[in-house]
Design a protein around this ligand. Sequence first.
Ligand code: COA
Length: 176
Amino acid sequence: MAQQHNSWRHYLRQPHAGDAISMQRLVAATEVLDLNSTYTYLLMATDFASTSIVADVRGEIRGLITGYHPPMRPEVLFVWQVAVARTAQGTGLGGTMLDSLVQRVQEERHGHPITVEATVAPSNSVSRALFGAFARRHGVPVTEQRHFTAAQLAADQSHEDEPILRIGPITASPND
Ligand SMILES: CC(C)(COP(=O)(O)OP(=O)(O)OC[C@H]1O[C@@H](n2cnc3c(N)ncnc32)[C@H](O)[C@@H]1OP(=O)(O)O)[C@@H](O)C(=O)NCCC(=O)NCCS
């Protein structure tokens, strides 16, 4: 797995409007993530392109992260959805996308520290592994707090709580 880790970097880029339908399809294919409208992915691929990333393997979108800066907290990168195609899961693509996106955002912020936030359901162990490994690579702590509740997420309580993970502050890339 380790040698595949860095090779993914060649395929990473900012999304653009033409990716929105493929991004929506990739999220649908995970069968785990909440599926949003094409319009939502269009917004992420345009207005929020600088805080999002896709893995484009010869025209096929194999991975994505959508994110944004909360309006009152530009030092935070809120990671909204992370998806990797089934055939690429466990090959380091999720971690490589997260490292690359954080590095890009940090460069755009002229090296200022950023804190990564994401909400993760208690049962989503792969997502927790992804963010835990990211924190270890960067040598920063992870804190967890109650955030969006099951009652807020679905009237019939069909959704789990989504506590928030805060990772950082991150001052440099793991390669520095
Ligand atoms: C979650 C997801 C994005 C992770 O991407 P990935 O490319 O599979 O993850 P990586 O290969 O980069 O691995 C990241 C870490 O998770 C661990 N991991 C990967 N697959 C795992 C699994 N099935 N169970 C437990 N840990 C796992 C890896 O070992 C790695 O940790 P390490 O660096 O300490 O070894 C991907 O599996 C996915 O799309 N899942 C479905 C959608 C989803 O649940 N998204 C939630 C994200 S918020």
